[in-house]
Ligand binder design. Structure first.
Ligand SMILES: Nc1ncnc2c1ncn2[C@@H]1O[C@H](COP(=O)(O)OP(=O)(O)O)[C@@H](O)[C@H]1O
Ligand SMILES: [Mg+2]
Length: 259
C-alpha cells in the first residue's frame, strides 16, 4: 500500500516513553491510514502495548505527539479519546465473567450512550424507548460478530475464542473509527484464529481502521495490509507482509528475542 489515495487517520510523531530508566518507546514515528489493518509485531517488551496505552490516553508520553485526523490526542483523557472514536481491547480479558454475553454487550452500549441518572429514574417512555433501541443494537452487534447463538451464556463459560470475540464486540459497541486490538488471537486454535481474523476483516470492511498487536505470524501475514516492527522501543521496519517476511534483519531480530 502506498500513501497516495489513502487518508491518514493517525499520525504518531517522535513518541517517547520512559518508565524510570526503561525506554519503552524511543522516538517512534507512525502513520496509519483509513480502512487498513495494520499489524504491529515485535518481541516481548518491545513497547507495543505501551504504544496502544499512549494512543488511547491511558498515560501520557514522555514526549512526542499523537494526532487523529489533524487533531491532537496527546493530553486528552482516555474517556475523551474513546469518544473521539478510538476503541481498544486489552491483552488480558476484562469481561464481566458472571454476566451473560448479551448483558456484557448491552452494558457496553449503556456506558457509551448513558442518560443522566435522574432521567433514567423517571422511567419515561423516552427512556423505555431508548432501552429498546439499545437492546436491538446489542442484538445486531452480536449477529455481526457471530455471537448471537451464545448470547445467554455466562461470559466465563465461553470458549477462549468466543471470549476474545466478546471483548471485540464490547469495543465495537462504542462504534469506533479506529480499533486497537492487543493480541486478539494469541493462544487460540488455528480454526478460531481464522474466525477472529475473519471478523477483524469484516470490521475493516465497514470502514474501521484496525491496529493489531499479535505474535501469531500466520494471522499477521495473512490478514494485515501493512506491518510495523518494533524492537527495544524502536521502529526497526515497516512494509507489506511480503516485504517484512523477506527482511532478514527483521526475521532474525524478531525470532532471536522471542520467547
Ligand atoms: N506501566 C508500566 N510501568 C513500568 N514499566 C512498564 C509499564 N508498562 C510497560 N513497561 C515496560 O516497558 C517495556 C515495554 O513494555 P510493553 O509495552 O508492555 O511491551 P510489549 O507489549 O511489546 O511486550 C517493558 O520493559 C515493560 O516492562
Ligand atoms: Mg504487550
Amino acid at each position: 500500500m502506498t500513501e497516495e489515495g489513502f487518508k491518514k487517520v493517525l499520525e504518531v510523531r517522535q513518541l517517547r516513553k520512559h518508565f524510570g530508566g526503561v525506554a519503552a518507546l524511543s522516538d517512534v514515528d507512525l502513520d496509519v491510514f483509513e480502512s487498513e489493518i495494520l499489524g504491529i509485531i515485535g518481541p516481548n517488551g518491545a513497547g507495543k502495548t505501551t504504544l496502544f496505552n499512549i494512543i488511547a490516553g491511558f498515560f501520557p508520553p514522555t514526549s512526542g505527539t499523537v494526532m487523529c485526523r489533524g487533531e491532537e490526542l496527546t493530553g486528552l483523557r482516555a474517556d475523551q479519546i474513546a469518544r473521539k472514536g478510538i476503541g481498544r481491547t486489552f491483552q488480558a480479558s476484562t469481561l464481566f465473567s458472571q454476566f451473560t454475553v448479551f448483558d456484557n454487550v448491552f452494558n457496553a452500549f449503556h456506558m457509551h450512550y448513558k442518560q443522566p441518572p435522574w432521567k433514567a429514574l423517571l422511567h419515561t417512555s423516552a427512556v423505555r424507548e431508548e432501552e429498546r433501541t439499545m437492546k436491538q443494537k446489542a442484538m445486531e452487534l452480536l449477529d455481526f460478530t457471530g455471537l448471537a447463538s451464545q448470547k445467554d451464556k455466562l461470559a466465563e463459560n465461553l470458549s477462549s475464542g468466543y471470549q476474545k470475540i466478546l471483548t471485540i464486540s464490547i469495543a465495537l459497541a462504542t462504534n469506533p473509527k479506529i480499533l486497537l486490538l492487543d493480541e486478539p488471537v494469541t493462544t487460540l486454535s488455528p480454526q478460531m484464529v481464522e474466525t477472529v481474523m475473519g471478523l477483524v476483516t469484516k470490521v475493516r470492511d465497514t470502514g474501521t481502521t484496525v491496529l493489531i498487536i499479535e505474535h501469531n505470524m500466520k494471522a499477521i501475514m495473512d490478514y494485515c495490509d501493512r506491518i510495523v516492527v518494533l524492537a527495544y522501543g524502536e521502529k526497526i521496519a515497516e512494509g507489506l507482509p511480503r516485504e517484512i517476511g523477506e527482511n532478514r534483519e527483521v526475521v532474525e531480530a524478531y525470532l532471536g528475542v522471542m520467547g
